[in-house]
Design a protein around this ligand. Structure first.
Ligand code: FCB
Length: 453
């Protein structure tokens, strides 16, 4: 029986990771410390005091991990470069050993016929730059563009898909507004400035790429569709504020040349006036947008919520992940359609999607993770639906290849398709990984056979 294939032959089937979350050896071979190294070593900042000192030991085991990607049949791999490995002070002197690691990694990935997608910034700012003000320093745009240019020159012939920033919203909301992520600031006046400098840095890096790069560069944002709890004016307004803050704050300046008007109401006196000329820098043509999707938010007006006055309403009948994120596959179709309509036409990728669930103990070498498997299946069906509705979606990257260091949650949350035993560093593909491999091999047809989950 010939099952119809549901995805084109050139669709990218990937998995995503990030440097600090998997590499370990953060100071090896002359690397400079990052803000995440310092943050995780500050008592009380991460669950159980967990750090990325060892993580998945990927810095030393990368060959094994690349082999895993190949064995699962993936044809794409999204990973990030640790800025401080390449430039220990964040600028100036290059560290050849650090750069060499990424050259070897890219070569190993390409040898397996896998297409690398390289993220330049996945949250691990060199600590030396943070001491100069980090993203609050307007020079950060130049620091970032210089760093990016060195990577373009070294890897640009081999890497065809580049990402400037991963989730600037999280960098600012967690790192500068609420202080729960590195560098741990809690300052409403800092947040809009950090956001703006991140966007300027993005624009500068894209300009640097255009000067010499021949392939594709884009931005990765985390998007979360917002739905009003009730059709009241209060809830509808709260929904608009939440949408402006989460979904439009970064994409509007990049594609439309200005911030959503709601932001000055949200930040009040902390919202500065930005020079018009900055938007010329920020608004660089892009080759694609990467969308990271995990959940949705049902929004209720709530004056106690700061700074949005927009609270999340828990949906008791829905499945929630280990992080209490509601599982809502339809939101992925909705948000992809929204992005394509508002900012397109433009190629899109789902650059992260996945779930932390408690994994039952291993029996006979198998880890059965039915909830993650079902999450994967339902979100891939949502991707299919978006494509059917005309969205130019060219690839999907599961978060994550491996269980890893989940930032402030440390090792308590497992997102991997592949289980990592942190005591032995043994990798074991979970049932969800096997299922993903079947979907890939059948170009989607296995989504239709699967009624088990
Ligand atoms: C995203 C991050 C990624 C990972 C997942 C669960 O916000 O980009 O590093 O932590 O969430």
């Amino acid at each position: 029986m010939n099952e119809p294939t549901l995805f084109p032959a050139d669709f990218l089937w990937g998995a995503a990771t990030s440097a600090y979350q998997i590499e370990g050896s953060p100071l090896a071979d002359g690397a400079g410390a990052s803000i995440w190294h310092e943050f995780s070593h500050t008592p009380g900042r991460t669950r159980d005091g967990d750090t990325g000192d060892v993580a998945c030991d990927h810095y030393r085991r990368y060959r094994e991990d690349v082999a895993l990607l190949g064995d699962l049949g993936l044809n794409a791999y999204r990973f990030s470069v640790s800025w401080g490995r390449v430039l220990p002070e964040g600028r100036g002197r290059i560290n050849p050993a650090g750069l060499g690691f990424y050259e070897r990694l890219v070569d190993a990935v390409l040898e397996r016929g896998i297409q690398p997608m390289v993220t330049l910034y996945h949250w691990d700012l060199p600590a030396a730059l943070d001491r100069l003000g980090g993203w609050l320093n307007p020079d950060s745009a130049d620091w970032f563009a210089d760093y990016a240019q060195r990577l373009f020159r070294t890897l640009g012939d081999r890497v065809k898909l580049w990402v400037t920033l991963n989730e600037p919203w999280v960098v600012v909301d967690g790192g500068y507004l609420h202080g729960v992520l590195a560098p741990g600031q809690r300052n409403p006046f800092a947040a809009p400035l950090a956001a703006h400098n991140l966007l300027r840095a993005h624009g500068s890096a894209v300009q640097a790429y255009r000067a010499e790069g021949r392939h594709q560069i884009g931005l990765v944002v985390n998007l979360e569709p917002k739905y009003p709890a009730a059709e009241t004016a209060e809830d509808l307004n709260a929904t608009m504020r939440a949408d402006a803050y989460w979904n439009r704050q970064y994409l509007d300046p990049v594609f439309l040349g200005g911030y959503p008007p709601e932001l000055s109401d949200i930040f009040g006196e902390a919202w500065p006036a930005f020079p018009d000329a900055d938007f010329d820098l920020i608004r660089q043509p892009l080759d694609f947008i990467g969308v990271n999707y995990y959940s949705r938010q049902v929004v209720r007006h709530d004056p106690a919520d700061w700074p949005l006055a927009a609270a999340r309403v828990r949906q008791p009948r829905q499945t929630h992940t280990g992080l209490e994120w509601e599982v809502y596959p339809r939101g992925l179709t909705d948000i992809l359609e929204w992005v394509a309509g508002r900012y397109g036409p433009l190629p899109l990728y789902v650059t992260e999607n996945g779930a932390a669930f408690y994994d039952p103990p291993q029996t006979e070498g198998e880890i059965d993770d039915p909830l993650r498997r079902r999450y994967l299946r339902d979100h891939l069906c949502a991707v299919l639906e978006a494509r059917r509705k005309g969205v130019d979606l060219r690839g999907y990257f599961a978060w994550s290849l491996l269980d890893n260091f989940e930032w402030a949650y440390g090792y308590s949350q497992r997102f991997g398709l592949v289980h990592v035993d942190y005591a032995t560093q043994r990798r074991t593909p979970k049932a969800s990984a096997r299922f993903y491999a079947e979907v890939i091999q059948s170009r989607g047809a296995a989504l239709k056979w699967d009624h088990s989950a």
